[in-house]
Structures are given as structure tokens and as C-alpha cells.
Design a protein around this ligand. Structure first.
Ligand code: IMP
Length: 178
């Protein structure tokens, strides 16, 4: 049996990430002054980013989660499946959807279409990472942490086959099938 070897190359450190998340929180707070927010984290990848981000948002907010799966290994299966739905009604609410990373954007398009049917007052998207060269989606991103090249990355919530979410930094991975 072939042994898979992973080379991990860090490229966004904790300090760089923390500064960007603070900046995003400040901008979001400014844009939603006088409003209440429902922040929806897309599981599982967004849980680290979301927990840091909400601590920099100073308008009243509720946190909700939506679970989806679309990836196996390092490529999209093309099929998005809901694994956990929201626990609250979002009709008439100002919704901020928080994604870990937008690659093709197919997951995002799917979730946005699903949420729009539930008639929120507004719906914006905040992505920690975005791979613009891979985008094929219809919807735009309202807030983006970092734009990155078309490579597979892990850490700060992002996984490779379920692992490495706990890394406090973001790293590129190279996979050798040795
Ligand atoms: P999309 O539908 O192609 O935009 O894929 C979005 C989802 O795929 C993200 O929410 C992640 O769960 C996963 N994904 C895409 N690119 C990466 C990556 O570089 N590292 C880890 N997960 C990724």
C-alpha cells in the first residue's frame, strides 16, 4: 500500500490572521450599525474564523450554524449535502453568512439559494479565504479576508480529510503518494 506524505508549508501566521479578522469585524460593525445580525457559520470549516470574528463585531447578534459537505480529499465532489440545518427562522433578519473558504463557490451558491427562499431582510457573505481563479459562482462575496492562489490549504478551521483544523496558522499542503 502506498504511504501518503503531507508537506505542510505555513503562509498565513497567527498575527496576520488576527489583524485581518479584527479589520473585518470593524468593517462589519460599521456596516450594520443600528441593526441586529444573525451570523451563520458554514460547518465545519468556519468555526474557528467565526468564533474570532464575532468577538470583533459590536452590534447585537445571534449565531447559527449550517452543516454542509461537498469535498472528499482535495477536490469538490460537485454535490452539496446539508448535514445540519439552522435552528431558527431567519425571515426578516439581517443575515451574514460566514464561510471558511470559497473555491468554486458552488457550495456558496447552493446555500445562498436555500437561504433566500427563507426571506431574510438582507443576506451578505463573509469568507475568510477566497480562490478567485477557481470561482464559477453567481453570487458575490461582500467581505473577504485573503485572496489566495488555487492551491489546497489547511489550518484555522480548514481540513484535509478531517484533520489539521486545529492549526492556528494557514498552510499550503503538498501531497506525495510516495
Ligand atoms: P467550493 O464549493 O468549491 O467553493 O468549496 C467550498 C468548500 O470546500 C469549503 O467550504 C471547504 O470546506 C472546502 N475547500 C475548498 N478549498 C479548500 C482548501 O483549500 N482547503 C480545505 N478545504 C477546502
Amino acid at each position: 500500500m502506498k504511504k501518503e506524505e503531507l508537506k505542510i508549508k505555513p503562509f498565513l501566521d497567527e498575527k496576520t490572521i488576527a489583524e485581518k479578522v479584527k479589520e473585518l469585524g470593524k468593517q462589519i460593525s460599521k456596516d450594520y450599525v443600528g441593526k441586529e445580525l444573525v451570523v451563520i457559520g458554514v460547518l465545519k470549516g468556519s468555526f474557528v474564523f467565526l468564533s474570532d470574528l464575532v468577538r470583533h463585531i459590536n452590534v447585537p447578534l445571534d449565531v447559527e450554524f449550517m452543516g454542509v459537505t461537498s469535498y472528499e480529499g482535495t477536490s469538490s465532489t460537485g454535490h452539496v449535502r446539508i448535514t445540519t440545518d439552522l435552528s431558527a427562522d431567519i425571515q426578516g433578519c439581517h443575515v451574514l453568512l460566514v464561510e471558511d473558504i470559497v473555491d468554486t463557490g458552488m457550495t456558496l451558491d447552493y446555500i445562498i439559494n436555500l437561504l433566500k427562499v427563507r426571506a431574510p431582510a438582507s443576506l451578505k457573505v463573509c469568507a475568510f479565504l477566497s480562490k478567485p481563479d477557481a470561482h464559477i459562482m453567481k453570487h458575490k462575496l461582500d467581505y473577504v479576508g485573503f485572496e489566495i492562489t488555487n492551491e489546497f490549504v489547511i489550518g484555522y478551521g480548514l481540513d484535509y480529510n478531517g484533520k489539521y483544523r486545529e492549526l492556528p496558522y494557514v498552510a499550503r499542503v503538498e501531497i506525495n503518494d510516495g
